[in-house]
Design a protein around this ligand. Structure first.
Ligand code: ADE
Length: 240
C-alpha cells in the first residue's frame, strides 16, 4: 500500500516509521511519503492560511496551496483522499477494513479552522474523498488523526502482524469489546488467573471469553450491543 501525507508539520508524522509500521516499510508492505505543504507556497512568508469569508475566529487553509499539492501528489494515480476533521463521518474498525483494501491513500492534514471546502469538492470530481473523524473531541490538527488511522489500517494488511489471527480476535471484529487477558504468574499480589483459562478445556475457555466480552460490552458500550444483529447472538449469549 502507498500512503502519502501532506502536512505543515512533517516531523509530527515521524512515529509512522517506528515499531510495527516501520517494519511494514522495511518489508516493502507500506510505501510512505510525507510532504511539507509549504513546498507549494511562493511568497516570502510561505503562507498557507487566510482569514475566513463571513468573519469569525481562526484561519482557513488556502485553496491554491492545497490544490497544487494534491495535483502533484496525486499525479498519474487515482488514490482515495482522506481528510481528517472533527466534522467527518466516524472512523471505525469497519472503515479501517475498507481502507485496508485500497492501494493508495492520500491524507490532507488541516490545521486552524480547516481547509477551504472547494479543495475537497474539486478533488471529489477526480477521486473518492472521505472526511473522517476519530472521535467527538477537537484536536489541533489532522496529524494525530492520521497516526491513528494509518496504524489501524496498516496492521490489517496481510503480512504486517506476525500472527494473522491477532486481528480476527480484536475488539470490534465480532461487534463486541474484547474481555480481559492474563499471563504468568498464576498468582500475582494475591490475584489469581481465572481457573477456566488454565483448564485446557477449549470449549469452556471460548464460552468464558464470550461471556466476559458480552458483560464488558454491556457495561461500557451498550450502544454496540444495541447495534448487534440478533443473528450474532447464540442461545447461551441470550441467557446472559
Ligand atoms: N482534526 C481535529 N480534530 C479531529 C478529530 N476529532 N478527528 C479527526 N481529525 C481531527
Amino acid at each position: 500500500m502507498r500512503v502519502d501525507v501532506i502536512t505543515i508539520f512533517p516531523d509530527y508524522l515521524a512515529p509512522l516509521r517506528e515499531a510495527l509500521l516501520g517494519k511494514a516499510i522495511d518489508k516493502g508492505l507500506l510505501d510512505l511519503g510525507v510532504h511539507d505543504l509549504r513546498k507549494w507556497t511562493y511568497d516570502v512568508h510561505k503562507a498557507v492560511d487566510d482569514s475566513p469569508f463571513g468573519g469569525g475566529p481562526g484561519m482557513v487553509m488556502k485553496p491554491q496551496v492545497w490544490g497544487e499539492a494534491l495535483d502533484e501528489v496525486c499525479a498519474g494515480a487515482t488514490p482515495r483522499l482522506i481528510v481528517p476533521t472533527p466534522a467527518g463521518r466516524p472512523f471505525t474498525q469497519a472503515v479501517a477494513q475498507e481502507l485496508a483494501g485500497e492501494s493508495h491513500l492520500v491524507f490532507a492534514c488541516g490545521r486552524y479552522e480547516g481547509i477551504d471546502q472547494r479543495v475537497i469538492d474539486d478533488a471529489a470530481t477526480r477521486m473518492p474523498v472521505d472526511e473522517l473523524s476519530i472521535g467527538d473531541y477537537v484536536l489541533v490538527g489532522g496529524e494525530v488523526a492520521v497516526l491513528a488511522i494509518v496504524e489501524a489500517v496498516v496492521r490489517l494488511l496481510p503480512g504486517v502482524l506476525g500472527n494473522p489471527a491477532s486481528h480476527e480476535q480484536d475488539s470490534f471484529s465480532d461487534g463486541l469489546l474484547e474481555g480481559p487477558s492474563y499471563t504468568r504468574p498464576v498468582v500475582w499480589r494475591d490475584r489469581e488467573v481465572p481457573e477456566v483459562l488454565r483448564s485446557g478445556n477449549h470449549a469452556a475457555i471460548a464460552r468464558w471469553r464470550r461471556d466476559r466480552a458480552l458483560e464488558r460490552t454491556f457495561e461500557r458500550r451498550p450502544d454496540l450491543l444495541e447495534a448487534l444483529p440478533d443473528a450474532e447472538l447464540d442461545k447461551q449469549d441470550r441467557k446472559l
